[in-house]
Design a protein around this ligand. Structure first.
Ligand code: 13P
Ligand code: SF4
Length: 319
């Protein structure tokens, strides 16, 4: 490991070239989420929100998928490609939503509501997906919930804020698992209002994992991809961005020269806790190492994988 680390030190400036040549050697595709460090986004073959990344994983012809995001996203890619190798830069990159909804506790929760249709946000483990009826992401949750027969009661897990937003938008009542995202629940309403008063022409754009009072101030609510598209196509010049600031790299790149300004919505304290600590565990060096050593690798129990594939495929069909 030390030798490898020393090797990296000598490589520094060549990491981009080394990763490019490893991609060819392994016939690998690098998929990255919008919350990844700019360097990782810049070497990725494809950048997207959770739905787009799952769709891309489902159709890739690469032999190796290098997934730069968090564990549940890479796990979804593996479930869709059980025979391919799925590498991640850091196996410890989790998610507070997935970690806060263990499958045995979720099964007990489900047992209290017999006959309910179980809708699980993609931010959950493969074991939770395996006991769900359909998976949703922030970009298709409204559409998918609206398709469920009106007389069928629904459980929605694990994000209560996304769940409440979907309830409001679709008019469907749902039983909510009480989970939340440690990043999105920390945006300060008070500081957001103060920021808006300093930038009266700014539009607030927010991810639906934010709490309801923050969402109420938003001019546009959507997945990371939807926020990006809105920022690019809007005629406004200033945007207050209420989601993980990694997305601002693509916003700035895609609007270069337009004079558009993106301001990160402030968290409750002076910390950098609007940055996802899990997403930020990944670094360019770790991407390189994962490709060079072909580890760490995502594995999913074959039985769980088979069961989890059913609601994931239903999501892809219904999207
Ligand atoms: P998106 O699907 O909108 O990219 O969201 C993923 C996520 O983890 C948001 O915190
Ligand atoms: Fe999970 Fe929140 Fe990080 Fe998204 S931002 S991966 S929901 S902890």
């Amino acid at each position: 490991m030390v030798a490898v680390a020393r090797g990296i030190g000598a490589l520094e400036g060549d990491l981009f070239d080394e990763i490019a040549s490893l991609k060819k050697q392994l016939n690998a595709v690098v998929l990255a989420h919008y919350y990844q460090d700019p360097d990782i986004q810049d070497i990725a073959d494809f950048i997207g929100d959770s739905l787009q990344l799952a769709q891309e994983a489902a159709k890739t012809s690469a032999d190796v998928i290098v997934f730069c995001g968090v564990h549940f996203m890479a796990e979804t890619a593996k479930i869709l490609n059980p025979t391919k190798q799925v590498l991640v830069p850091d196996l410890k990159a989790g998610c507070s939503l997935a970690d806060g909804c263990p499958a045995p506790a979720f099964q007990r929760f489900k047992d209290k509501y017999p006959g309910h249709f179980v809708v699980s946000y993609v931010n959950c483990s493969a074991a939770v997906k395996a006991i769900s009826d359909v998976i949703v992401t922030s970009s298709n949750a409204k559409k998918i919930v609206a398709r469920i027969p009106a007389d069928r009661p629904i459980i929605f897990a694990p994000d209560q804020h996304l769940g409440r937003y979907v309830m409001k938008e679709t008019g469907r009542d749902m039983v909510l698992w009480p989970g939340s995202c440690q990043v999105h629940e920390l945006f300060s309403l008070k500081k957001l209002v103060q920021l808006e008063s300093r930038h009266p022409d700014a539009l607030v754009i927010a991810h639906p994992e934010c709490e309801a009072p923050v969402l109420e101030r938003a001019h546009h609510i959507g997945s990371t991809r939807s926020l990006l598209d809105f920022a690019v196509s809007s005629s406004a010049k200033t945007f207050i961005v209420a989601t993980e600031p990694g997305i601002m790299h693509q916003m700035e790149k895609k609007t270069e020269g337009s004079g558009k300004v993106f301001i990160a919505a402030p968290p409750d304290s002076a910390c950098a806790c609007n940055e996802c600590p899990h997403m930020k565990l990944n670094t360019l060096e770790k991407v390189y190492l994962a490709m060079r050593t072909r580890q760490p690798e995502i594995t999913v129990d074959p039985e769980i994988s088979k069961k989890a594939l059913v609601p994931i495929q239903r999501m892809l069909e219904w999207s």
